[in-house]
Design a binder for this molecule. Sequence first.
Ligand code: NAD
Ligand code: UD1
Length: 350
Amino acid sequence: MAAAALCVLVTGGAGYIGSHTVLQLLLHGYKTVVIDNLDNSSEVAITRVSQLAGDHAHNLAFHKMDIRDKHALEQLFASTKFDAVIHFAGLKAVGESVHKPLMYYNNNIIGTITLLEVMAAYECKKLVFSSSATVYGWPKEVPCTEEFPLSAANPYGRTKLMIEDICRDMYASDFNWKFILLRYFNPIGAHPSGQIGEDPRGIPNNLMPFIQQVAVGRQPALQVFGTDYSTKDGTGVRDYIHVVDLAEGHTAALKKLSDPKIGCEVYNLGTGKGTSVLEIVTAFEKASGKNIPLVKTGRRPGDAEIVYASTAKAERELNWKAKYGIEEMCRDQWNWAIKNPYGYQTKETR
Ligand code: NAD
Ligand code: UD1
């Protein structure tokens, strides 16, 4: 296990994708330091990751910290030598970003710049960044390859594009940097233990957390946004990926950062398969035994018709491929839901 000595800083590691990734890192033998301001997450997630990590739990440390707090970051880098950083911390609600753009630019852009400044000062120049398929906008064709033209339809998407550009500029200015920009498609599901999963605050915007809340009786029905798309059943098509597969994509990316040939590279993390809203609903009903009432409504502004990934580059260069299908994603989502109907809280504390 050559990776045992490597120490990774994970920003936003208490969140949905971060917590699953931290667990995989620990199981692969990495020392893992998590920082998170707990703005959209709970420290309970860290406790659960630690329990799931078993004998590896001693390699996990957590600090409640905002990535914009430069002084705190400097103190952390002064006390710990990091081999690489995985950067999840950021705000991610598209609708909120339209209403509060400055909050998004402040948190996501200033946060990232502060992190990069401190990394540079402490000679830690390897970063894996959470980008999104949102940068493909409404793609002219599918599957989306990493070379497709990029665009952003809202402030959230613009922060992803800007951060990608900042990383490309940093690399152009200093070839000692190594960046891997991971464009996630639609992560769903939860760890098969049902101990960690997605716990959105307020009413969820995304499809799967909304379906989950309908199934446990917290929402009356799912609104299907658009039934007139040119797709198999008229509803939007996306590339859903099991969050554990996505987490493994990060361990593959970390390994790739040790490749002397790597500079600033982009990889899609998806399955390469498109699934419609109605197909997801049917699969979830099967996994849960629950009926999901539907209300068919108009298209959601800003939604694309069909988005799914070309996975060829990640398979070839990261030696990574998603293993799980929709059935397992729904099974594990439901397992998390029944064990934690109010996420990391209880009905009373929520
Ligand atoms: P999440 O909200 O569950 O996790 C983000 C974490 O970052 C949270 O724990 C939050 O408290 C923390 N955070 C936010 N701002 C911070 C700050 N200034 N300092 C410290 N911590 C801060 O979201 P997620 O779904 O796990 O997403 C992780 C990353 O992946 C985000 O950057 C998101 O934009 C990106 N992404 C997510 C999806 C998705 O569908 N979930 C898709 C594409 C990209
Ligand atoms: C959305 C964001 C994207 C972001 C991603 C992860 C928009 C326009 N896009 O992607 O920028 O990176 O989340 O946070 O917000 N749907 C319903 N009913 C619902 C919810 C969704 O029918 O209540 C449909 C949508 O129209 C879409 C599919 O389900 O066809 C998936 O939606 P969602 O989970 O929100 O993901 P994206 O739209 O792909």
